[in-house]
Design a protein around this ligand. Sequence first.
Ligand SMILES: [Zn+2]
Length: 465
Amino acid sequence: MFDWRALQKHKIISICYFSAIAIAFVLSLSHNNNVEASTDAKDYLSPLIDIAEPVPSSLTTDFETQEAPDNIKAMFELMDNMINYQSARKEITIQRGDTLISSLTRLGIAKDEANQIYHSVKSDFSPSSLKAGQKIELFVSVDTQKNNQIIGVNLLTIKLDASRRVRVVRRDGEFETFTEEDELIEVDNAISGTFNGAVSVSMRNAGVSQAAVVGFTNLFNDPINFSRDIHKGDKFTIVYKSLVNKNHELVKTGKIIYAELKLRNQTISLYRFEDGKSGAEYYQPNGQALKRALDRKPLAFKAARISSPFGRRLHPILKKHIIHWGVDYAAPKGTQIYAGGDGVVQVAKYNGGYGNYIKIRHNAEYSTAYGHMSGFAKGIRAGVRVTQGQLIGYVGSTGRSTGPHLHYEVIQNGKRVNPLTIKASAGENLSGAALARFKQNVASIDKQYADVITKQPAKTKLARK
Ligand SMILES: [Zn+2]
């Protein structure tokens, strides 16, 4: 890293000035050759701020390898010019419609130089990806005798994100571009706090990152309604990973390991667990997923696999690409189908391609639909109230279907959505070997973060809508 600000430019310029006079004097005594002195002051300026090459010695070397200037007066003129040059920090904020070149020339940088910078920077960064509001930091040489007119750019920095930046530096009169990347450190954040007003404000004040606040509230949605169920004095705990740079500035919020809500009459703890199949899920200490408004797989046969996912697919009978508006679960004929959530049966009848079809309205936002059933459960008809997990019918292959399966749809605000990804849908509980591994995981998290985790009784009762 360059520490440009630490440089005492005046001092260095003075040192150069006097050592150059001394060298010129010595050379003038020993040589008498006729050689032009460089009049391009920029070539002398750039090493002035280049820490990698200590200035006085490199300048001395330059002069020793050059032939002595015949005209000592020209030499002094050049030095006089140099002493008027100072390094200055500038900042450009990219405006809408700006290009890199237009923003540089607006600052007062010569078109030629702006072009050189543009061509150099392209090796590491696409100048067209600059966005309005983005900032570019520059260290330039200015002429103090000419109203601080910019003589040239010495260093230009474009910040890519909290840990990466592109640098363009002048070296030997040419621009060189490179990308700097901070080494990131993974840190644990274990934070407890009390809700006192708005949920996100309370958590942010306790030091939880914005992304972690969003992740935390999503984990408890929707059995917990954060605007209705949280009261002043309720408590939260969150353990999550994050990546910070060496100045301990947050670069990225990582995964949430543990989330706890301590409400007036219940405590809910959720532990992260990766079972290798469906990525990470969160479970209560007993391996149960949070009970949610809607079930993802409302079937008695929990091993049922998805035979056709939600979305675009080649229809097996119609032989053309159409959007599949539900999830198909392959299951033996006669498998019990449950109500995906509490609600009222709106439709229970034969319905064209759907075959035997049931639609349940859960609330103002959500309905679910079930197709291809072999038959309805006793008492299920339009107008009947059902509860989540109640038997409503049996898997079949009625309507447009190639084999026994449940076609399951979730309708949100009148639009069919993916039953697996909506926040209201619940994951499955853990069992068997996965449950055993999960419990080991819980024990190690409990141990590691013992000072923030609330050990709670085995039984937890969750709020239901
Ligand atoms: Zn289907």
